[in-house]
Design a binder for this molecule. Structure first.
Ligand code: PLP
Length: 419
């Protein structure tokens, strides 16, 4: 969806100065918007034993994590660097990784994270290392029990790489219990960017049902992240109030004594709508199509090309309202997929005009690459008082060379004799 009117007016008020002072391109995040979403989320679930663990991978920047921690959120991490990034802001960390090494499992445990294993192979590793914790999470794959919520983005669970097949859950938990697990968490995430209550409720129902028949006490049901946002104009936002009401009804129907905490790991929902990528037009070109060349590339917004059907609204806030023309918005990569928008209607723009790519507050900068030597952009935070803070500098050529600039290490093979 086009950004909120509030964010739009806050951004317009500062955009020319910010572009002048910091240069383009940049990601800019709206602190007031992030705070409003976090507050509304907390309010929607008030009275329930619920907790949000922000998925660090969506927007791994300390300035953002500090803000979200102030709302009482924990953090969901999937790698050791993410744990290191989040730990200064909260001690309440989830480690929800998959295809994990022993070293990662041990490091996550020693960092005090609540570890959720994605497969029995991780339990094997914990047992072999004599490091099975008293509390352990289990990610569940419902297989063919799950409806086809979002096969496009996520694949159907029965073909996905995630989770312990539900048929094996009780055996895996029993084995974990024999090795010292006293209380368990159950986890399920089977869809992404959904704007209906169904995937969350499906996960909650299945996990609650499983929890009541495992031989080990279940203290936590983690229904994952994936709550969606409208990216296209006219799309309806997720109805948080209705979702919370449905969850309340379910909890009320649970047997007495069964009151596990409900946990979420949303990334996109918290920050997605509150970020924009701002870029400047550097070339106007007429080919078989009208082409607007900008000073960023899809490197900076990989999700726009790696997932099918992705749409980010692009606007030209200061271009006036002359009749629109249909254009492609392209970067400078030597590949034709480098298109931030294809055949979109924009008011006529020329060299020097600013374009705004909407809904880029999650899984955007975090996925950027330096393919073609196009370096990752800076990140800015717009505060409620209108001040703008640089929260990550733009990459430099030195950064590009940083992993090449080291003492060479050469492994010489022993001379191989062929005769
Ligand atoms: C990516 C991910 C999330 C966050 O996904 P969003 O769509 O940003 O909410 C949460 N949990 C796990 C395990 C993930 O892999």
């Amino acid at each position: 969806m086009p950004m909120s009117d509030d964010f739009d007016s806050r951004l317009r008020a500062v955009l020319p100065h910010v572009a002048e002072r910091f240069g383009t391109p940049f990601y800019l995040y709206d602190a007031a918007g992030i705070d409003a979403t976090a507050t509304a989320f907390t309010a929607a679930f008030a009275g329930l034993d619920c907790r949000e663990y922000f998925a660090v991978k969506a927007l791994p920047n300390p300035a953002i994590l500090r803000r979200l921690a102030a709302h009482g959120f924990g953090f969901d991490c999937s790698s050791l660097p993410e744990i290191e990034l989040a730990r200064p802001f909260s001690r309440d960390l989830f480690f929800t990784s998959n295809n994990t090494t022993t070293a990662e499992l041990l490091a996550a445990l020693s960092a005090g994270a609540f570890v959720t294993i994605d497969d029995e192979a991780a339990l094997d590793k914990l047992i072999a290392a004599d490091a099975v914790p008293a509390t352990l999470g289990f990610r569940v794959n419902p297989g063919r029990l799950a409806p086809d919520f979002d096969a496009k983005l996520f694949g159907h669970p029965h073909t996905a790489k995630f989770g312990i097949p539900v048929e094996r859950l009780s055996a895996v938990c029993a084995r974990a219990a024999r090795h010292g697990v006293r209380s368990a968490g159950l986890h399920m995430m089977i869809a992404a960017n959904f704007r209906t209550a169904e995937p969350t409720l499906f996960a909650l129902d299945l996990l609650a049902e499983q929890a009541q028949r495992l031989g080990v006490e279940v203290t936590l049901l983690n229904v994952g992240g994936g709550m969606g946002i409208p990216y296209r104009p006219g799309e309806e936002p997720l109805d948080l109030t209705a979702l919370a009401a449905a969850i309340r009804a379910r909890v009320a129907a649970w047997p007495t004594g069964f009151r596990p905490r409900i946990c979420f790991e949303n990334g996109r929902y918290m920050t997605g709508p509150h970020g924009v990528l701002v870029t400047r037009v550097i070339n106007r070109m007429s080919k078989y199509r009208e082409v607007v060349g900008v000073d960023t590339t899809v490197n900076a917004l990989l999700r726009s090309v790696v997932y099918p059907g992705v749409h980010h609204q692009v606007t030209a806030p200061f271009a006036g309202d002359a009749p629109a023309e249909t254009v492609d918005v392209v970067g400078s990569l030597c590949t034709d997929i480098d298109r931030l928008a294809a055949q979109r209607d924009l008011p006529p723009v020329g060299e020097g005009d600013l374009l705004v790519v909407h809904d880029t507050g999650a899984h955007a900068h975090a996925m950027a690459s330096v393919y073609n030597g196009r370096l990752r952009p800076q990140e800015l935070l717009l505060h409620a008082d209108g001040s703008v803070e640089l929260i990550r500098r733009a990459e430099t050529v030195d950064d590009y060379f940083a992993t090449l600039d080291f003492e060479p290490r050469i492994l010489r093979m022993a001379a191989t004799s062929t005769r």
